[in-house]
Design a protein around this ligand. Structure first.
Ligand SMILES: O=C(O)CCC(=O)C(=O)O
Length: 241
């Protein structure tokens, strides 16, 4: 495996107002990145591993856990990502979220491509949210604001003291009355998102765990800014890292 590198380059600002890689909605549902039975089996193992501690967030499982190393390379997922950002792809970050039934866990409105540690170039990066269980309105599926990528990256605020504080999420500053569009997806499917798309998820009011993996993929030059606390890139395909 190639040596990890920072992947930082100086890129010109992308003019806001553009639709971005995923067109006017700013997202696309990805059908069956994996056979549902295989994804379901993985979820059963994750529930068994984390049920005792009721762990809700695992940061960067692709760096240490074999199942996640395999998942970020799932052929249909990788092909869809390469179709958007090109053949050379690295993983910048993964974020496993387990919403246990009956537990309050709101992920606030945010954009995946910006935080206090880094900023992603929206034409050289894409976010994927991968369902390891069925995710619907009751169990806490993603809600998106279609077209919100066109306004570019927004100011953001430190995480609130509760809720997604577990994941160090940052809240994008948007109108409080904003209603998102729920994106229910079955196990084994997922959502590809422009890194500027505003999205959130609500608590799980269902009866079983809801599990999803967020992956940030980048092409060479896909990181405009990062600080030393960001983990190394994990090259998946191609050269130029
Ligand atoms: O899994 C969720 O409910 C939300 C995750 C998410 O939005 C993210 O990691 O960016």
């Amino acid at each position: 495996m190639p040596e990890p590198s920072s992947g930082v380059t100086s890129q010109p600002e992308v003019t806001t107002g553009d639709d971005g890689l995923l067109g006017p909605p700013g997202y696309q549902v990805l059908r069956e990145w994996a056979p549902p039975a295989a994804a379901r089996a993985r979820a059963i193992e994750l529930v068994a591993a984390y049920r005792g501690s009721l762990r809700e967030v695992v940061r960067n499982p692709h760096a240490t856990q074999e199942w996640a190393q395999t998942l970020v390379r799932a052929p249909r997922l990788l092909a869809a990502v390469q179709g958007l950002i090109g053949d050379a792809v690295a993983v910048e970050n993964t974020f496993l979220v387990i919403k246990w039934p009956g537990s309050d866990f709101e992920v606030p409105w945010h954009q995946d491509g910006i935080n206090d540690r880094l900023e992603l170039e929206p034409y050289r990066a894409v976010a994927a949210w991968i369902a390891l269980t069925d995710a619907d309105v009751e169990t806490g599926c993603l809600h998106v604001v279609p077209g919100s990528q066109r306004a570019g990256y927004r100011p953001y605020e430190p995480e609130p003291a509760t809720g997604a504080a577990r994941g160090r999420a940052l809240g994008a500053r948007i109108a409080p009355e904003t209603q998102g569009l729920p994106i229910p997806v079955p196990v084994g499917s997922g959502v590809l998102m422009d890194t500027r798309l505003v999205h959130c998820s609500h608590s799980n009011r269902g009866t079983g765990a809801r599990i999803g993996l967020n992956i940030r993929y980048v092409a060479p030059g896909g990181i405009r800014r990062r600080d030393d606390s960001s983990p190394s890139l994990c090259p998946i395909t191609g050269t130029g890292w």
